[in-house]
Design a protein around this ligand. Sequence first.
Ligand code: CMC
Length: 393
Amino acid sequence: SGVFTYDPGFMATASCRSAITYIDGDKGILLYRGYPIEQLAVQCDFLEVAYLILNGELPTRKQKDEFVSIIKSHTMVHDQLTRFYNGFRRDAHPMAVLVGVVGALSAFYHDAMDISDQYHRDISAHRLIAKLPTITAMAYKYNVGQPFMYPRNDLEYTANFMHMMFATPCERYEPNPVLVRALDRILILHADHEQNASTSTVRLAGSSGANPFACIAAGIACLWGPAHGGANEAVLNMLEEIGDVSRIGEYIKRAKSKDDPFRLMGFGHRVYKNYDPRAKLMRETCHEVLNELGLHDHKLFKLAMALEKIALEDEYFVERKLYPNVDFYSGIVQSALGIPTRLFTAIFAMARTVGWIAQWNEMISDPDQKIGRPRQLYTGTTQRDVVPIDRRG
Ligand code: CMC
């Protein structure tokens, strides 16, 4: 009819039906397939949660063992894929590298185009979940000029990722269970968050029947934006800018000022207005990690904890319910683990790949599925005739 609802940012439009993730921002509830995030984060590991998100049910012991062994069988990347890295500058941002290399996977798996076949959909999901840690760790190694480390399949998923990050050919990486668990928890908390911008991007790209690896690359491109996946990176950059506990007052004053656009990064949330259940879990982990590594007295972390305390007590922040969010704590944890700030969003992408591919799969299997084709309210000129070039002006 030409009359469409104008809804910028899709604030009032449900783009799909989904049975994967439920969020109640006012009550601080986040469920994956009906299970509270608080229970999953404490009782399950990342691959169990990945199985749940993909298949709808938690695995039995036998199903889990099978799933783990399938994922392990896909952790290597084709040797040809390693050549893509050499085409980048050493200082290339890991997210730029990920967009390129994950997109390139589509050229290695043309069979994934056969999306009507559940076998191909499953194997694409398994390949993505298995290879993202390898590809992410390779982006890091390329940045720092160290040789790529092969995956170690005797290690669990997250410990293997840490091995590929931190081991070198002359130094073995001995996983510390407290630290592995901390990173595993970050992955669980970031695995899905219903129809956010990057997930909607994956669904829209996939709605044309595009190769799933290319769709995930589109999701990574979207996640890279500072308004989406870049917040934990912004937290660390802000802490470094503040630099010292003595300067916190100055920054708090700026954050409160109406004339200063500065905001405290890692505080507040668009959806979780009372509290963010992920932040509560991450806070626990943050203190565990700082204790384990004896880092409470380290300048940066002392600063972070002082900032947290002020924000939790200061009237301005309390009144507006500006609690530290999940990114505040996950940024600190990753930094304490020795992960460089510019890799944070890539690790977010690694975790969210599970949600993206599950949502893609759900869309492809939906009998109502149509190519995504938003309409517009046209604001240009009405029809007119072309004037010959010499008579224009
Ligand atoms: N520092 C100082 N003041 C703030 C902050 C902050 N971080 N966040 C909000 N405010 C103030 C804001 O100025 C406003 O004050 P007033 O009512 O006096 O005008 C009030 O709080 C409400 O803010 P809002 O902009 O209406 O809230 P919003 O829901 O639109 O914004 C937010 C939410 C997350 C964009 C915002 O809190 C923010 O910019 N936070 C810092 C960036 C950040 O940490 N982002 C990551 C969020 S978690 C992402 C994820 O889930 O992955």
